[in-house]
Design a protein around this ligand. Sequence first.
Ligand code: ADP
Ligand code: MG
Length: 724
Amino acid sequence: MTHVQLDEPVTALAGVGAAKARQLQDHFGIVTVRDLLEHYPRRYHDAGAVTDVESTVVGQPATLVGSVVDWQQKRTNTRAGRRLDLRTAIVEQPSGQRFLATFFNQPWRERGLPVGTTAAFSGKVERFRGDVQLSAPSVDVIGLATAAIDEAAFDHQRLVPLYPSTDQLPSHQLQALLSQAVERAKLTEGEWLPDELRAKHRLIDWGAAIRQIHQPHCQEEHIAARHRLVFDELFSLQLGIQWRRAQHEVDAVGRHNPPRGDGLAARFIDALPFVLTGAQQRALNELANDLAGGRPMHRLLQGDVGSGKTIVAAWSMLCAVDNRRQAAMMVPTEVLAEQHYATLQQVLAPLGVNVLDGVRIGLLTSSTPQAERRRVMSELLSGAMDVVIGTHALLQEGVRFADLGVAVVDEQHRFGVAQRVGLRQKAAGEDAADVVPDVLVMTATPIPRSLAMTIYGDLDVSVLDELPQGRQPIVTQLITPDQAHRRAALYDFVREQVENGKRAYVVCPFVEPSTQLAGRAAVEEHHRLGEILTGIPVTLVHGRMRPSEKDEAMQAFRTGQAPVLVATTVIEVGVDVPEATVMVIEDAERFGISQLHQLRGRVGRGTDKSYCVLFAGFSGELSDDARKRLEAVAATTDGFALAEADLDLRGAGQLFGARQSGARDLKLTHWRRDLRAIERTRSLARSVIAQDPQLASPQHARLRTEVLRRFDGGLEAFDILESG
Ligand code: ADP
Ligand code: MG
């Protein structure tokens, strides 16, 4: 058998023509033989642990393997009169036992599982006329009816790899390609770690790892392979991050904005009507160190909704002002910009802000009138304006600062890459490109610390893991159609709350009724609630309203003039109305975990008991996944716990994919299981870069090549602050 090179296109393999190569690229980004080898199984079917029909228990989940021997089809009507296509596969196990797999309205299943196909069927066990039946099971095709594959599948020694697959590239086809690739590729050429390092961390060589991840003979082989390949993923990522950071530090000149004991920042904290939480105090101390230090601050402030991030941000901005520099804060929505602007003005008023000779603070959004905009821009350029709050309008051409000391990005996950780079680059005149401001990015979508460490590398992280005193946990209720009658009671409850001076939000997924998608529309709901809640002014805010209308509605809600607000997700982030105690979310299954958590975070911001009611399943069937999400949200108000639940449900891969623009996904790494590897590779990468900040020494040539290869977006992919 002739060898193929790792970097050769997949067409070097037998059976891969131009069309197949195209599919591999389109579906999985696979171009070279090496890319194919890095297409790892998503799990294995343990052929040694095949369950037989006899030992299944009705009502319990089971995975049954067998070959399809026949298909039967029935057409019926449901009670509601809808047509139902019912197809049943009759599947035979090696023992000769048979079971049934039924599918509803999925005629394509029969094409995907022609007679002779061997597959693993997973689902809940039922009995149907004496036969064991799995209804609507999930299916993994293991092989076609060729003798060779059949044997492999039932060889009790073997774990059968199941690959991420598509209709055109089913798992068994990928399996055949991969066994060819593993046979023919020059695996020894893929090694990139020095022997010494491998020995020290007990890592098998790359070639063996690739062979064993695709064709493990036993569990132990698989574990050793995974151990090695996870190490590769994490180590190369960490190396890239630290390498990039080292480059930044060589170029960057920090601003040095040390807090001053008698400054505005200190007086601002003293004047607050409450005491800081321990977590806020800790964060201030951490920021103080950065601000006083010589290198620019790069800090992420993670804090659950309502944990009081704005205070920390405001303080850091005032530190810039105390050092005769400017500060800017960029937020994702106009509603939020207005709110921060108003709050800042209010809390700074006693300190002499915006009075003659005091600190000047401005607002810049896309709806700022032309003349006002020109004034703000010219004051920013001349240095007459000290603090500006704005949306991405801050990034428009013509916005220049005289001397930007501190830049804050709130709800950073809502901004794109270019936008975040933009703010930082506006720090000073063009000729001072290397002078960077102290940067604070904030997010209320917490991620577990281990993950933050991986994704953000050496970006410093502060965490507000404590809510201000006196907050009461929000009571969350999930209401499904079987409890539809509780709706009326809810509206009575809303009325009662409003009569006690409280406010309520009602969130709908759509602005207007849609013909394609079922679900409540804010415009209609506004009308409906106006009729139900007679005597209570109900207002409306959504993204298609003019800015001035939005403003008016928010203002009416804030002041209590209209104590009920029907809204779309425009109010998802940041909005702070402490009197609000009820959050009703319609068609809650349409939202993700973090969105629901953010929406819920709009209540419970004062000391009153607050409630969140999730209506779900009213505009269509509630899927298992959706139910799991909603139950997770109902079960806890801890944002970190929810972030973990979200990761478990969606997998970390997606998260990394989104964050590491240009970087390859971490395919095998599991954020929880691989905690130790994350920590180990991080400190290892750190020591390598400490020794050789440019990865320039000949001894590190292979590491350098590998890091660059893995991150084909270039080193910028590691610019976590910007691309995070
Ligand atoms: P988030 O972290 O979600 O941005 P905010 O900064 O909007 O939270 O703060 C939420 C609410 O809590 C605000 O009304 C704020 O004034 C208040 N708050 C902040 N810190 C404290 C504190 N230490 N004690 C009491 N209330 C606080
Ligand atoms: Mg906030």
